[in-house]
Design a protein around this ligand. Structure first.
Ligand code: SF4
Length: 107
């Protein structure tokens, strides 16, 4: 498996954001932490497991939480950002408030 570099993953999330009409978290430290989490997950599991959810190390079992996860569109529509706060709707004005949103993934 080819390992991903920080730059690879940064480019990947930028492309996803552009394609979906989203923007990335503008807090550079948070963005860096999330990109590093995705990079570690890819290099460990072979796919972009969500950086704020546990992986079962099985692509099939984790398929709904491969970034961008199955829940991201609904979360961004409803709350303005995804569960990890990586991707945002550009039109949402949160006034600097970013709290935890409910986990939409069934247990
Ligand atoms: S919550 Fe955000 S970062 Fe996590 S997988 Fe979904 S889209 Fe990606």
């Amino acid at each position: 498996m080819n390992k991903k570099s920080y730059e690879d993953v940064s480019s990947y999330v930028s492309k996803i954001a552009e394609r979906k009409g989203w923007i990335l978290n503008d807090n550079s430290q948070t963005l860096r932490d999330l990109v590093e989490g995705l990079m570690q997950n890819f290099n460990r599991h072979g796919y972009y497991n969500c950086p704020c959810r546990d992986s079962q190390d099985d692509r099939h079992l984790d398929r709904d939480i491969i970034c961008p996860c199955k829940y991201s569109e609904l979360d961004i529509q409803e709350f303005g950002y995804c569960y990890c706060a990586l991707y945002f709707d550009p039109s949402t004005d949160l006034g600097g408030r970013i709290g935890m949103i409910p986990e939409r993934r069934p247990e």
